[in-house]
Design a binder for this molecule. Structure first.
Ligand code: ZN
Length: 153
């Protein structure tokens, strides 16, 4: 199996069997994000204990990239310290903004999130992949990337 095929399988698996979909009964913080270009919507609910993400629920609708990315994000940050989750978010958004033909070798810390590295070849889809991360940052009170998840409508 080629690396590209492996990545495709990971994305399909998360799209078909999204993780952390069950709603949280008493989230401490929530945020909603939208990518009007593609019609993607993501809602992130978090339960925070001692500066850690002790519970996460991600719901939404949209294309396979946005929804699989949201599932991958939920799995990657669940149980993390808030600072770790924000660091991972920065790293993922860095990956999305390095040229598509450059190697992702320097990003091995991203683990399964690398499955989305092929999205870089389709610049219009990068916002699909980053939507859930920007929404996570908003929920945590971080400003996020400018103009990405703020939908005035
Ligand atoms: Zn999309």
């Amino acid at each position: 199996m080629s690396l590209q095929e492996l990545y495709r399988q990971v994305i399909l698996d998360h799209y078909r069997n999204p993780r952390h979909r069950a709603p949280l009964s008493d989230p401490d913080v929530s945020s909603e994000g939208a990518n009007p270009l593609c019609g993607d919507e993501v809602k992130v609910d978090l339960r925070l204990r001692d500066d850690r993400i002790s519970g996460i629920a991600v719901t939404g609708k949209g294309c396979s990239i946005s929804q699989s990315s949201a599932s991958l994000m939920s799995e990657a940050v669940s149980g993390n310290a808030v600072s770790e989750a924000l660091g991972l978010s920065r790293r993922f958004q860095e990956l999305m903004h390095v040229p598509a033909d450059s190697s992702e070798n320097g990003f091995s810390d991203l683990g399964d999130l690398l499955a989305l590295s092929g999205v870089r070849r389709y610049p219009v889809r990068i916002k699909c992949a980053t939507l859930s991360w920007v929404t996570l940052e908003q929920a945590l009170g971080e400003p996020g990337m400018p103009g990405t998840a703020e939908d005035p409508g």
